[in-house]
Design a protein around this ligand. Structure first.
Ligand code: NDP
Length: 371
């Protein structure tokens, strides 16, 4: 029988997959933190959230109430009213509030070990590099950059500064996705040779939001949620794609004048494995399907914060729901504390950016693009 993780067996440790070489320079870890919110700060890293939008406020800050190896230690915002309301809710942040102008002085703030960049996509590179120059470890939201070339400069900057760079790939801590990775790796159904991955939603909101502006978003649905479909195809097939063909359609060319709305693409992997994928800002779809020659797995929904469900050709998956953001941040913090990087590092983010670049190239040329 293939091993399937049960609710009880699934643990934080099983999802972290800590690996790789030590990346931290000497003196990187202020081990004893001020006990400013009542919890012991020993062995807990201080995280500063940069950009207090919906993901920081709705997901990350609440998750930092549940983490054990990191805690909210600072905020960076361009909106004074947000600084006031966050200080009212988190009084221990007094003295650890920054704006985009004085951001670099975070270098002198020993309460902050890690800067978590949660800004519009085109701002990720600048704040990642400034954070590393300030001597901080970095977590950067997906997509890590707006081009692969930009992603490489971020990796170089963090390596030069001796600071770790991790990407906000929370699904590497989500039990159903972790189980899909395991099934592929351990070949429960033989080698996975075909995958279908899709993630789309209807983007509401005003026409002047940053997600609709190329200068801030870099791209549209592909950068925002299509990246999950790329990731999933890569982690269930377990190899790196070599080429892609892609097609774009727009059902609303006015609203989506600057960024992509709906894209389908086909990734070709070595050994004739194929993934067929889709993303959209116009329609909701969310699925991960993968097949080998003796069975299949399906997650639907596959990528949301909660309620992910899975089954295989052998039956349903019985796995717990977890706070993905808390697991992700604790996983990164524990790796940093151990002097290691996780597999969800800048190089992993770069692999996805190379695929994104190739998808846009294929749309532009109408030809298959090499990755
Ligand atoms: P929001 O629009 O809700 O928040 C972005 C924040 O960035 C703003 O509230 C603002 O914060 C700050 N900001 C600074 N400059 C600008 C600018 N010129 N225009 C707009 N905002 C600016 O976005 P999200 O929180 O949804 O997304 C932020 C990042 O997180 C994106 O890269 C996105 O892809 C990623 N994300 C990841 C998710 C995941 O599941 N991993 C889920 C959701 C988002 P302030 O006022 O404090 O300066």
């Amino acid at each position: 029988m293939p091993r399937q993780l049960t609710r009880r067996q699934f643990s934080f440790a099983s999802a972290t997959a800590v690996g790789g070489a030590a990346v931290l320079g000497p003196g990187a870890l202020p081990w004893i933190k001020r006990a400013d919110s009542g919890r012991s700060r020993r062995n807990s890293l201080g995280i500063a959230l940069v950009g207090l939008g919906s993901y920081s406020a709705g997901q990350l800050a609440p998750a930092l109430e549940e983490t054990e190896q990191c805690h909210l230690a600072g905020i960076v915002t361009g909106t004074p009213a947000k600084a006031d309301s966050w200080l009212a809710q988190y009084p221990h942040l007094e003295g650890h509030v920054y704006d985009y102008g004085n951001f670099d002085s975070i270098a002198d703030d020993d309460a902050i070990d890690v800067v978590y960049v949660v800004l519009p996509n085109s701002m990720h590179a600048e704040y990642t590099m400034r954070a590393a120059a300030a001597g901080k470890h970095v977590i950067c939201e997906k997509p890590m950059a707006v081009t692969a070339a930009e992603a490489q400069t971020m990796i170089d900057a963090c390596e030069a500064a001796g600071r770790s760079l991790h990407i906000g790939y929370r699904l590497h801590f989500e039990p159903h996705n972790v189980e899909a990775m395991r099934i592929s790796r351990e070949r429960d159904f033989g080698r996975i040779t075909y995958a279908q991955t899709e993630f789309g939603f209807r983007l509401g909101g005003s026409a002047d939001q940053w997600r609709l502006k190329k200068s801030l978003a870099g791209g549209g649905a592909l950068m925002d949620v299509g990246i999950y479909a790329i990731q999933a195809a890569r982690y269930v097939i377990g190899e790196e794609p070599v080429s892609v063909t892609a097609q774009e359609v727009k059902t609303d060319p006015v609203r989506f004048a600057e960024v992509d709305e709906t894209i389908t693409w086909q990734l070709r992997f070595p050994n004739n494995c194929i993934a067929s994928s889709q993303t959209s800002y116009a329609l909701r779809s969310e699925r991960l399907f993968a097949a080998g020659n003796s069975g299949w797995l399906e997650l639907r929904p596959a990528f949301v914060y909660g309620g992910i469900a899975g089954k295989t050709s052998r039956g349903p998956m019985d796995l717990p729901q977890v706070n993905q953001q808390a697991k992700h941040m604790d996983g990164v913090a524990s790796a940093i504390l151990a002097g290691k990087t996780l597999s969800i590092d800048g190089h992993e983010g770069l692999r996805d950016m190379r695929v994104i670049d190739a998808i846009y190239e294929s749309i532009r040329t109408g030809q298959a693009a090499t990755i």
